[in-house]
Design a protein. Structure first.
Ligand code: UDP
Length: 488
């Protein structure tokens, strides 16, 4: 095609979705000469989200269209879980989505919908647009998810109570305790939404894009493409186009001075000497866990930067705002005098920081992470080994992949969502990742190799670059087919 392609990306709320979608958009524009419009369904409630969209808008690389989410407060209550909330929100906002996309229909050549938006695929079909699903995470999660409707028929009782791992054709089996959050309680609405929107929804498009790459997930990708059972379920090509991360140097929440302060502090540290501790865009710990983590960091005597949030006793994916502080400025939910005792080797940042900028800094040598997929790939692409501390969604699965398949992380002995990780264990994990020892050295070696493989995959002629080219060729082929059918 001589004319420049124009791809629309429809994105569900939440930074874990917006950030990778912007990364895909940027990649399409800068490496494949495609125009991109990103349609973002927003709550407009998170300052970090607002800032990220503002800065993406300012860069003018991609066109951003914000679609304010409709009010769903009458459809949910305090017990409604996260997956259900997002599914309802997207569903209820669909009429607005349709009218907004209609106004841009004439410029679009294809529509890619994200992980929570498969119910928007009929909109693309109605408008005669080739349509794809983008899953901002990995192939193992995708395989488990598309196979879940089969497991639903075959397995009785709760998945978490099974004695044997769940068998996914061609893939590494999934241990019952590793199932994704919505599979934990089959009687909850979250599970029904997951089956419908993800399990069935992923397979209704012209292709599935994933933020992963061949060398990281050879087995699961092969199974999705070649295993007779999985292939028949997926029923469309899969495109591993990652690992795509945000290359945004700007601080997101806070002034330029804050940013300089963190990076300037890192400038003064030696190479690979600082542990970065963060639980994603919304992860929270209980008060007891926060305190054990704080004491563990203190005991380890390793330098650290910790993005802390006030505790939450009920949900691991809830973040609250607080302003309470102790005498030395220590937030009231951290142990008394923590800031004074860790002065010189620890930096505590409340709520949010520019994670990309920190992980890119050569002084950072380890990442204690909640194992959100974006955080994982940001760590790997910077060659930083991890301590896996999974909290919610598919993070348990991710932690198993990091520790047992890729060898780039060590993990807590107890599941952090079930039991408190004690300070002595924190101390040991931190020392293992940060210090020169056999296990730590092996992690560093493995993550450097994986970093290289990611760079190769994304370079011209690499597997992920080729995959993106295949996806674009597929769009062109479908447009030609559509034009031909119109002229007949
Ligand atoms: N992030 C950040 N600063 C923070 C916390 C998170 O920039 O203080 C970014 C992080 O770099 C990543 C995203 O937010 O790109 C979080 O996505 P992830 O998939 O890791 O976890 P989620 O928040 O979706 O659970």
């Amino acid at each position: 095609m001589s004319q420049k392609l124009h791809v629309g990306l429809l994105v569900s709320p939440g930074l874990g979705h917006i950030i990778p979608a912007l990364a895909v958009g940027n990649r399409l524009v800068t490496h494949h000469k495609v125009s991109v419009t990103v349609f973002v369904i927003t709550f407009g409630s998170s300052p970090a989200e607002t800032e990220i969209l503002k800065s993406a808008n300012k860069s003018k690389v991609i066109d951003i269209v914000e679609i304010p989410a409709v009010d769903i407060s009458h459809l949910i209550d305090s017990n409604t879980k996260l997956i259900t909330q997002i599914c309802i929100l997207v569903r209820e906002t669909l009429p607005v989505v349709k009218s907004v996309i209609f106004t841009k229909k004439h410029i679009l050549d294809a529509l890619v919908v994200d992980v929570f938006c498969p119910e928007a695929l009929p909109i693309a079909k109605d408008f005669g647009l080739p349509n794809y699903v983008f899953i901002p995470t990995n192939a193992w999660f995708t395989a488990l998810t598309v196979y879940c409707p089969v497991l639903d028929k075959e397995i009785e009782g709760q998945y978490v109570d099974q004695d044997e791992p769940l068998k996914i054709p061609g893939c590494k089996p999934v241990r019952p305790e590793d199932v994704v959050d919505p599979m934990v309680d089959r009687n909850d609405q979250d599970y029904q939404e997951y089956l419908k929107v993800h399990g069935i929804g992923f397979c209704l498009s012209d292709g599935i894009l994933m933020n992963t790459w061949e060398d990281a997930e050879t087995g699961s990708l092969k199974a999705l493409r070649e295993n007779e059972i999985l292939k028949a379920i997926v029923n469309s090509p899969v495109y591993p186009i990652g690992p795509l991360t945000r290359h945004n140097q700007e601080i997101i929440d806070g002034s330029a001075d804050d940013r300089n302060f963190v990076l300037k502090w890192l400038d003064q540290q030696t190479s690979d000497s600082v542990l970065y501790v963060s639980f994603g865009s919304g992860g929270t710990l209980s008060s007891k866990q926060l305190s054990e983590l704080a004491f563990g960091l203190e005991l380890s005597h390793q330098k650290f930067i910790w993005v802390v949030r006030p505790p939450s006793e009920d949900r691991a994916n809830e973040s609250f705002c607080t302003t309470g502080k102790g005498g030395d400025g220590t937030p009231e939910y951290l142990p008394e005098g923590f800031l004074t005792r860790t002065k010189g080797y620890g930096l505590v940042i409340q709520m949010w920081t520019d994670q990309g900028g920190i992980l890119r800094h050569p002084s950072v040598g380890g990442f204690l992470s909640h194992c959100g997929w974006n955080s994982i790939i940001e760590s790997i692409t910077n060659g930083v080994p991890m301590i896996a501390w999974p909290l919610y969604c598919e993070q348990q699965l991710n932690a198993t992949m990091l520790t047992e398949e890729l060898g780039v992380a060590i993990r807590t002995k107890v599941l952090p969502t079930k039991k408190v990780v004690e300070r002595e264990e924190v101390e040991k994990l931190v020392r293992t990742v940060m210090m020169q020892c056999e296990e730590g050295n092996e992690l560093r070696e493995n993550v450097k190799k994986l970093k290289m493989s990611a760079e190769i995959a994304l370079s011209v002629g690499g597997s992920s670059h080729n995959s993106m080219c295949e996806f674009l060729k597929d769009i062109e082929k479908r447009i030609q087919g559509y034009k031909k059918s119109m002229s007949e």
